[in-house]
Design a protein. Structure first.
Length: 285
């Protein structure tokens, strides 16, 4: 599982090279919000060059209904990114349409079929919140879902999206929860959104720990200083791993049981599923 996805502006060669050494599980070369419109042609070329020969480097293109989306794809798909981050996705049809474009590129450039994945950002438009169930069967390429609050709050005219203590206000907490549930329904990773105050390491650590508690398997980052904190939050502790191993071993020894006793408590199948997930998270690091 991927714990940390670090956004890097696609128009900065210096920042791209620096990002390789900060320990992020994945990089997202950004061609959307962090790149001015007149800088995008050069950013596409730089992104394509940067992708060459690298693993787990994704690209955030511009929204599918923008004039920049397909020039973005034409530039970066031949370089075989690990995946495409799709901003401002409206519904599963957007993912399906993007998948068709990637199908054609993989065939044209001799890339392995279904090797380029898709992660949509699914709550950045108000209408998208009413279509989150549509992602479930949209494409086998979809390996994760994430969400965003900044575009959503701008779209609804809100003056802020967090309260004085830094907690999400109800509209955005709802969007976060719906993304988590939609990802679970689609059986893909749920990736929590960015923590925008990159100077607040204490707040980030608390937020990332809560994200893992709630069921997210990773998080987006906007600054290199956030990466280690996020990675630590999503790394199971040795105590968790040992307990998960005990649960898995117990069910292996009792294959027909729906529930078994462990340390005076009844452990049932949901505990087994969670234990397997913890071991998978530990194994992937």
């Amino acid at each position: 599982m991927t714990r940390s996805f670090l956004f890097v502006p696609g128009d900065s060669e210096r920042k791209l090279e620096k990002a390789l050494g900060v320990g992020a599980d994945a990089l997202i070369v950004d061609l959307e919000d962090s790149v001015a419109a007149d800088a995008r042609p050069d950013a596409r070329k730089l992104a394509a060059e940067f992708l060459s020969g690298k693993d787990n480097v994704w690209v955030r293109i511009n929204p599918l209904d923008s004039e920049d989306a397909f020039p973005d794809l034409e530039a970066v798909l031949p370089a075989a990114p690990a995946g495409i981050v799709l901003p401002k996705a409206r519904d599963g049809d957007d993912v399906a349409n993007l998948s068709e474009s990637i199908d054609a590129a993989e065939m044209e450039f001799g890339l392995p079929r279904d090797s380029i994945r898709i992660m949509p950002l699914v709550t950045e438009r108000p209408e998208s919140l009413f279509a989150l169930g549509s992602y479930r069967a949209s494409s086998p390429r979809m390996s994760g879902m994430s969400w965003g609050a900044e575009d959503l709050s701008a779209a609804v005219g809100a003056t802020r999206n967090r309260d004085e203590d830094g907690n999400w206000l109800p509209t955005y907490e709802m969007a976060r929860s719906l993304c988590l549930l939609a990802a679970a329904a689609a059986e893909v990773a749920a990736i929590d959104t960015v923590y925008t105050d990159f100077r607040d390491s204490t707040g980030l650590a608390r937020y990332a720990a809560n994200a893992r508690r709630d069921g997210f398997s990773g998080m987006l980052a906007i600054h290199p200083a956030q990466v280690d904190i996020i990675n630590d939050a999503f790394q199971p502790s040795q105590d968790e791993i040992r307990q998960a191993e005990r649960i898995v071993e117990l069910f292996a020894a009792n294959p027909g049981a729906g529930a078994v006793g462990l340390d005076g408590k009844m452990i049932d199948r949901p505990h087994h599923v969670q234990a397997l997930r913890i071991l998978e998270m530990a194994k992937s690091q």
